[in-house]
Write a protein that binds this ligand. Structure first.
Ligand code: NAD
Ligand code: WQD
Length: 349
């Protein structure tokens, strides 16, 4: 089969949680050649077997540290007709970034600058950047729109996303023909509905949903709900949980938006959330309902640095990208549980 003239989309961080779900959607919804660049610093090679089990397709991954420009250039020069990059690769632990800020500045900003140099050198015109609702910091007015001004970043991690957005925006302004989308994810959770691919935390998770599923399966003993005395409807913090496959689908739509030249400026920014604020206790009760499991949890002290309440206004992304999140909270919880059960079965077999 000739691959002549085929256009390639490069996914950095394709072995990771959101990158792998996005590759699945790209393979199922588009006819582009998809390649990944991932050095497995926070992921496993098995991910590509999981993608194959779901899509029937093999993915070529280049095991390269994107912070190494020379190795990266050599890799890109082997890729046929690259027309777009979806840049997921970054470190993402908020507490680790507080303990090791230089690691985060180096990896998250160094890799971003290198990947933009690659766009320049290889004339790659379409670029999507993984940003985060953490860029907003503590906000006064809810829900958050794309126009809500940034407050101080609460962590070096969040600062790399604020700076990353500026780097991409300024680069895009300086390059004629280059266009970009910044996607601000709220709280991505859940797993592929098949239960065959999901988040694979390397150590004890900090995030709520893997903490819930690992408690329910007995890896962890008990979930502590961080704070029950906030000024919210049940006293626990409120977030905008969004299914990872909905996030993945938004990347396909953003890519088509760029390639079809529907964008009027060099950079667009979109919030990716459902628009629904959900409390920690509501998330726990949804999990209990859909899995018929009684979760061992207690309401404990507040966690330092937690935002009390944040959720998205998603009007812009719905209108511009024609994106509508499909999955509700119960489906997010059920898919996360299916994935946890699948992992347990794999370990036992
Ligand atoms: P992840 O850790 O599962 O995936 C990131 C992938 O990038 C990993 O597979 C890792 O091995 C790879 N990587 C990291 N640095 C690299 C480097 N220098 N060279 C090559 N590969 C490298 O994380 P994720 O949850 O899939 O997040 C993807 C992106 O989305 C990140 O930029 C993250 O900051 C952002 N984001 C994530 C969340 C979330 O809650 N998961 C929320 C908002 C934004
Ligand atoms: C959610 C809620 C906790 C664990 C972080 C990053 C953000 C983004 C997503 C990357 C909070 C509560 C949690 C537990 C609990 N990542 N909780 N017990 O802090 O909203 O956001 O991940 O960009 O940038 O900051 O997510 O999943 O840690 O917490 O009660 O054991 O669950 O207090 O209210 P968070 P989270």
């Amino acid at each position: 089969m000739s691959t002549q003239n085929i256009s390639t989309i490069i996914v950095t961080g394709g072995a990771g949680y959101i990158g792998s779900h996005t590759i699945i959607e790209l393979l199922q919804q588009t006819s582009y050649n998809i390649v990944s660049i991932d050095n497995f610093s926070n992921s496993n090679k098995d991910t590509f077997d999981r993608i194959k089990a779901i899509t029937g397709k093999n993915i070529v991954n280049y095991n390269v540290d994107i912070c190494h420009l020379e190795a990266l250039e050599k890799t890109i020069s082997q890729i046929e007709n690259p027309i777009g990059i979806i840049h997921f690769a970054a470190f993402k632990s908020v507490p680790q970034s507080v303990a090791e800020p230089l690691l985060y500045y180096h990896n998250n900003l160094g890799s971003l600058i290198n990947i933009l140099k690659i766009c320049q050198k290889f004339h790659i015109s379409h670029f999507i950047f993984s940003s985060s609702c953490s860029v907003y910091g503590n906000v006064e007015k809810l829900p958050v729109t794309e126009q809500t001004p940034f407050s101080n970043a609460e962590s070096p991690y969040a600062q790399t996303k604020q700076m990353g957005e500026e780097i991409v925006t300024n680069f895009a302004k300086s390059q004629s023909g280059f266009n970009s989308v910044l996607l601000r994810y709220f709280n991505p959770v859940g797993a592929h509905p098949s239960g065959l691919n999901g988040e694979y935390p390397r150590s004890k998770p900090d995030n709520l949903v893997p903490y819930i599923t690992q408690t329910a399966i007995g890896i962890l003993q008990k979930l502590t709900v961080f704070g029950g005395d906030y000024d919210t409807r049940d006293g626990s913090c409120i977030r905008d949980y969004i299914h990872v496959s909905d996030i993945a689908d938004a990347h396909v739509k953003a890519l088509n938006y760029l390639i079809d030249h529907k964008q009027k400026k060099s950079t667009s920014i979109f919030n990716l959330g459902t628009g629904n604020g959900v409390s920690v206790l509501e998330a726990v009760h949804s999990f209990e309902k859909v899995t018929q499991q009684k979760l061992n949890y207690e309401v404990g002290p507040r966690r330092a640095g937690d935002v009390i309440n944040i959720y998205a206004n998603n009007d812009l992304v719905k209108k511009e990208l024609n994106w509508d999140p499909k999955y509700d909270l119960d489906e997010m919880m059920l898919s996360a549980w299916k994935w946890q059960l699948n992992l347990a079965n794999e370990k036992n077999s």
